[in-house]
Design a protein around this ligand. Sequence first.
Ligand code: ADP
Ligand code: MG
Length: 311
Amino acid sequence: MAIVHIENLVKRYGNFVALDHLNLDIEKGEIFGLLGPNGSGKSTTINCILSLLKYDKGTITVFGKEMQPDTYESKAKIGIVQQNVAVFDQLSVYENVDFFCGLYIKDKKKRKELVEEAIQFVGLEDFKKSRPKKLSGGLLRRLNIACGIAHKPELIILDEPTVAVDPQSRNKILTGIQELNRNGATIIYTSHYMEEVEQICTKVAIIDHGRCLAIGTTEELKAMIKTGDTITIEAVVLKEEQIEEIRELPHVYKLTYEEQILKIKCNAGKHNLARVLNYLQDRDIPFGRVFSELPTLNDVFLEITGTELRD
Ligand code: ADP
Ligand code: MG
């Protein structure tokens, strides 16, 4: 049984269709990535799952039950880290975590342990008495996370927790999510940063315009597309006919040449690096840095939608 089951979900804001017959199943033990550009419907999906938003059509079950706004039993098993930081300015770091943990954990001794553990987990030990206003953006995000996870929920939902966060906090957040997952939590993680999703998610759903366009592990998603490796060759001066000749080499799926940078996308599973370099060397064409990259989730997104998923 899926932990979260979403079937034919439709959500409209007035006449605007934000979720268009969305189907998703999130299984126990996954780090499930909901990857899509801004406005694709990620937060709307999360808020429907949590029953914070009314939806127009479809079914959602969480832990096998339909969620209601007051389903306390299910909510106690969920940890939510909203996109917008939601903490109390007039409470200290410790008091904030204690407040949110206290919604579910009434035993004081147990709660103290959990709060201490969550604060340590996000690395805010030195800021326990600080007010949120004193924290940097990254630390504030970490506090937001501590508030969401202190009660040790089975399902943790994080909505874009790394937006506008410094690299150190970002890294701590990403490795923290993996640790929570290793310790048994199922994770739903939304992002428009494909590298992050690629780094940590065991399963990815690509969404756009409120629809699920593709779903699978990153390997499965990459295997669905025609694009293979991307070869980049910098500082190479090419004539028009040479570009055309390279374009005609076997396994060239797509070629661009802009500002002396040659980019060749190969057909899936094929490799062209040696062939292209031989072509240049045979003609004594000098070139600068050369590198080859495996296909990314951006290639998947680009091929499915025709547009880039930009960071
Ligand atoms: P994401 O989280 O992927 O950036 P959202 O779920 O926030 O996307 O939004 C999906 C779409 O619904 C966007 O086009 C957004 O402008 C629209 N939307 C979100 N909330 C509202 C609202 N309260 N009223 C009207 N439109 C909304
Ligand atoms: Mg959002």
